[in-house]
Structures are given as C-alpha cells and as structure tokens.
Design a protein around this ligand. Structure first.
Ligand code: DGI
Ligand code: FE
Ligand code: FE
Ligand code: FE
Length: 188
C-alpha cells in the first residue's frame, strides 16, 4: 500500500460505515494518547486504523486463519468476539505487509489485553474504549482518567468489561484477567 488514501480505502472495504467511523475515532484517540504519554504517535494512529480490520469478517473466515496459525484451543473454543483481534494481527501482516511487531501486538491484544502490556498496547486498548463515538455507562469516567493516568483508565475499562461479562454469564478470557490483575497490583 503506497499511500494513506489507499490504506483507508482498503480498511473501509472490510467493514460497514459505523465500524469505519469507530476505526477513525480510535486512530485519532490513539494518536492523542501517544502524544500525551510518550508513545510513537504514528504507530499509535496506524495501529488504531488497523485494530478492527477483521471485525466484520465472517467468523468462519477468522476461524480458518486462527487454525492455520496454530492459535490456542482456549481461543478457538472460546468467545468469537475475541477472534478479530488475533486474526486481525495475522491478516494485516500477511495481506497488508505490516511488519512492525509493536503494531502487530497492539492489534493482537486490543480486546483482551495481557499482563505486561507495552505502552502502545495500552494506548490502543484505551483508545478503543474512549474514542468519541463510543457511549456506554462509565465511558466519561474512563475518558477523564485517560487524561491523567493511562494504567488507571485501562484498569477501570477492563474491570468494567469483566463485570459486564460476569453479569451476562459469559466467559472471561484468561488474558483479560491477568491484564486486569497486573494493572491493579502495580498501582502505587
Ligand atoms: O471490537 P470492538 O467492539 O471495538 O471492541 P473490543 O475489541 O474491545 O471488544 C469486542 C468484544 O469483546 C466486547 O463486546 C467485549 C468482548 N470481550 C472483551 N474481553 C473479553 C470479551 N469477551 C469475552 N467473552 N471474554 C473476554 O475476556
Ligand atoms: Fe475490536
Ligand atoms: Fe460489524
Ligand atoms: Fe474497536
């Protein structure tokens, strides 16, 4: 992909309009968070643009990609909502030629998080929660915290997701729990 227009067109072709607007919002929020916390703003914006690349693909297609790349059984047998992050990291590498490991990891872990997240991973994960088009109970508090303390914002966001999943009696993916525990146990 030789230029930005081409990249945006390619991304836009993978999803419906609302998801594309969300994507642009995450890219912008990720750039702002990167500038605020000293991550690479260009990488943050690109990771934001790419983070939901596979989100609207048929689950069969994502499943096939995950199987072909030997993803763990717990992922394949678990919640399909998580697949787009892991499949996305593979697809942007093989279809779009993205090689930067920081960007690939930021896409891979944007949904679940993980213990020991990099600054860029945190930036993209938080941007996904707070981008301007997002509205859910508690988003304003996460937005306000994101301006002061990125880890605290991420802990609040992941904690809210865990609570939401428990209320719905859905499985909580182990990485999500370890991400949350890691953030709250480091807190000073
Ligand atoms: O792709 P987005 O909608 O922008 O946001 P996302 O990738 O952060 O989350 C997608 C969905 O995944 C969201 O509805 C919550 C769900 N989710 C996040 N962590 C977990 C999870 N679902 C399960 N079952 N387990 C998790 O640990
Ligand atoms: Fe996502
Ligand atoms: Fe969709
Ligand atoms: Fe997203």
């Amino acid at each position: 992909l030789s230029n930005r227009e081409e990249l945006l067109a390619r991304i836009r072709a993978q999803m419906h309009e609302k998801r594309y607007q969300h994507t642009l919002g995450v890219a912008q929020s990720a750039r702002e968070l990167a500038e605020r916390y000293g991550a690479d703003p260009d990488k943050a914006e690109l990771a934001g643009l790419l983070h939901d690349y596979c989100k609207c693909w048929p689950v069969e297609k994502m499943f096939e990609i995950l199987v072909r790349h030997d993803m763990p059984t717990e992922l394949l047998e678990g919640e399909k909502e998580l697949w787009h992050a892991f499949a996305g990291a593979i697809v942007i590498q093989y279809d779009l030629g993205v090689t930067d490991p920081d960007i690939l990891q930021a896409v891979r872990y944007h949904t679940t998080g993980r213990a020991g997240m990099s600054l860029l991973e945190k930036v993209v994960c938080v941007a996904d929660y707070i981008e301007p088009n997002r509205s859910f109970p508690g988003v304003e508090k996460i937005r306000a915290l994101a301006d002061k303390d990125l880890d605290a914002a991420l802990a609040l966001a992941l904690g809210g997701t865990i609570q939401f999943l428990i209320e719905k009696q859905k499985t909580v993916y182990p990485l999500t729990l370890t991400a949350y525990n890691d953030l709250v146990s480091r807190k000073g």
